[in-house]
Design a protein around this ligand. Structure first.
Ligand code: C5P
Length: 285
């Protein structure tokens, strides 16, 4: 049996550089693993792939397990079961489903001693979703292309985050479809986040998808306004395609105090810290 934490991510920056011929968008983003996590327990089963999750989030993990077994070319694949305890809200820009997938890829290859190369694991990850490759690396990373080019960055100083949402399920696909090329930022959001990291700071660089997401889901704009009671605007950003909005703090006390101030004003709030690479991809025993 293997029990693994599947951590969430936030985007410290997100540049949408243009539409690609494959229908996806060319991205440039600094992603950071945070302590909010799902927990997945994997075990050997009698037959097939059997999962259980309180929120019925089966199919992504099923697909990830199947994809790993296919990649390993197993003639009679062993049966795997899992239980998922979900804490990361779905369709919230926190990468929860993608992190569950990456966790399944790593756990199954460890459990079955599959000896897949890192290129093979990466290709399985990229086939499952644009954010999945990042979660094989974790920590802070520069993510480019569709999401498949992941360059690890050194761990930065720990930061504390207040994550806020209105329980809006935001479809990433719809936000990208609604995104107009004139809503591109200056393409420098990621440059700003990288420059800060190089100097030992963690700063938000900007998110090109924010104005589109706010236009379709005005409650995301309201979440920004609510967080502005506890943090300055340059320390507040939307993550991914939304709808979670994140305020950044220097320490846990400030994050917890802000949580208490706002807890009756927002339907979903959580405090999380950034976590380094080694912790983010965990130890599998
Ligand atoms: O790969 P994933 O299923 O996570 O992506 C969801 C949707 O987001 C895609 O179908 C696509 O419409 C959009 N997307 C994009 N460019 C990316 C990543 C995602 O257009 N780099």
């Amino acid at each position: 049996m293997i029990e693994v934490r599947a951590f969430a991510k936030i985007n410290l920056s997100l540049d949408v550089l243009g539409r690609r011929t494959d229908g996806y968008h060319e991205l440039r983003s600094v992603m950071q693993t945070i302590s909010l996590h799902d927990t997945v327990r994997f075990h050997h089963e009698e037959s097939g792939i059997t999962g259980s999750s309180p929120q019925g989030d089966y199919s992504l993990i099923d697909r990830a397990i199947q994809a790993v077994l296919d990649k390993a070319g197993m003639e009679s694949p062993p049966a795997i079961g899992y239980e998922l305890a979900k804490r990361i809200p779905s369709a919230a820009g926190l990468g929860g489903g993608s992190s569950d997938c990456a966790t399944a890829i790593r756990a199954v290859s460890t459990m079955l001693d599959l000896n897949l190369s890192s290129e093979e694991l990466l290709s399985v990850a990229a086939s499952l979703g644009a954010d999945v490759p990042f979660f094989l690396t974790g920590g802070a990373a520069l993510v480019e292309g569709r999401g498949e080019r992941v360059k690890p960055l050194p761990d930065a100083r720990t930061r504390w985050f207040l994550l806020a949402g209105q329980n809006t399920a935001v479809s990433t696909k719809s936000v990208f479809e609604a995104f107009k090329s004139d809503q591109h930022g200056d393409g420098e959001a990621t440059g700003r986040a990288l420059a800060a990291l190089a100097n030992g700071y963690v700063e938000f660089g900007g998110n090109d998808l924010a104005s589109t997401a706010i236009q379709y889901f005005p409650e995301i704009g309201q979440t920004f306004d609510t967080l502005a009671q506890v943090a300055s605007l340059e320390r507040i950003a939307m993550t991914g395609s939304g709808g979670t909005v994140v305020a950044m703090f220097e320490n846990e006390t400030q994050a917890n105090e802000s949580f208490r101030r706002l807890q009756n004003q927002l339907p979903w709030l959580a405090v999380a810290s950034s976590i380094g690479r080694e912790q983010s991809i965990g130890r599998m025993a």
